[in-house]
Design a protein around this ligand. Structure first.
Ligand SMILES: [Fe+2]
Length: 362
């Protein structure tokens, strides 16, 4: 049994400022990756710029990371980074800038390689150092080595072949305060997906399940906020962020499983947010598990059964139309992904995969 978590994680208010020296120790010139607006709006970008200025570290800003970032975006950020001679990368935001930061850090290390290198099985992976500063409570990317990118030529999303753990994760839950309720809901369901898929996973160990158990209990404490039954309090910010980070640590050991694999076509073809697309398959995934495992999981998250989980999902993520053809594509692609199928602890065929969709109840 192996437990490996090489990321230095700090979670506290004023985290970036408090740990500015460790951030500055990663290099002399940073490439900062963000999306269009949230890194600025939540205050994280301003905090990072202030910290770098204080420490005399130069930086360059690439703020064009789109949701579900593409290989093309990664290559554009690399061109900018190479032209400026950066020696480390900072990702600020949700999963998209964080995942992009890891891929850009690889490509900056292998300056002569083309985009195909991202998906070539590496003999060894090198990368520039990465710092990750999350502004949502779902990705867990700040503590995983995974980078999921959109591959337009394959019309889907896929993890790059390289594994890049950030050196430093700086978590300040106040960055969640400016996020819209729908974003909090979708990302919290993504975190739930990470926890569930890590628990029901052939790679699960006592260590990874320890993370999941704690994560689900903490996640469940703020369910009523997601349901709109009470207002968000400061403790909820910590619960949701910690559940996300623990989920990330859990999937760093096991990988994600079937709901994530099925979700990618829904996001690519229909533009459904990642967490919402994952959550669509979660009740069905749990339903297939052994009775003891299913009951243990549902008890940890505070649901009486998969029906209550499905009702919760519909309330917090909303109904949506899933085109039957897109679901067929999701099932076909997942059925071909032998590596993913092997992570499911019970036997699967195309009919089981199709049955995981909540299509009848939406
Ligand atoms: Fe996810």
């Amino acid at each position: 049994m192996k437990f490996y978590m090489p990321v230095t994680v700090y979670e506290e208010n004023n985290c970036v400022w408090n740990h500015r020296k460790e951030l500055a120790a990663l290099g002399r010139k940073a490439l900062i990756l963000t999306g269009k607006s949230s890194a600025k709006a939540c205050g994280a970008l301003g905090d990072v710029e202030k910290a770098l200025r204080e420490e005399g570290v130069d930086w360059l800003l690439f703020e064009d990371v789109e949701e579900n970032p593409s290989v093309e975006t990664v290559m554009a950020a690399r061109r900018l980074g190479l032209s400026a001679g950066v020696d480390f990368v900072i990702g600020i935001g949700g999963g998209s800038p964080l995942d992009a930061a890891k891929a850009v850090a690889v490509m900056l290390c292998y300056k002569d390689k083309g985009a195909d290198f991202l998906y070539e099985e590496p003999e060894q992976t090198g990368s520039l150092p990465v710092a990750a500063i999350p502004s949502t409570c779902g990705t867990g990317s700040e503590v995983t080595a995974v980078s999921v990118l959109t591959r337009h030529e394959k019309r889907t999303k896929a993890s790059i072949a390289h594994r890049v753990f950030p050196k430093l994760a700086l978590i300040d839950v106040r960055y969640l305060l400016s996020a819209p309720h729908s974003l909090i809901c979708n990302t919290a369901v993504d975190a739930l997906g990470h926890l569930v898929e890590s628990y029901l996973n052939t790679n699960a160990t006592d260590y990874s399940r320890m993370l999941v158990r704690e994560g689900l209990v903490i996640w469940s404490l703020s369910k009523d906020v997601l349901l709109g039954r009470r207002k968000m309090e400061e403790a909820d910010l910590h619960h949701l962020m910690m559940a996300s980070t623990l989920g990330g640590m859990a999937i760093a050991h096991t990988g994600t499983a079937i709901p994530h694999a099925l979700s990618y076509a829904l996001t690519y073809e229909l533009g459904i947010p990642h967490g919402k697309a994952v959550g669509y398959f979660l009740p069905g995934y749990i339903k297939g598990a052994k009775k003891e495992e299913k009951n243990a999981l549902l008890a940890l998250m505070g649901f009486s059964g998969t029906e209550e989980l499905a009702a919760f999902y519909l309330k917090v993520c909303g109904k949506t139309e899933i085109d039957a053809g897109v679901l067929d594509r999701a099932v076909e692609e997942t059925a071909k992904n032998i590596g993913k199928l092997a992570l499911c602890p019970y036997p699967l065929d195309e009919a089981c995969l199709r049955g995981m969709g909540m299509i009848k109840s939406i």
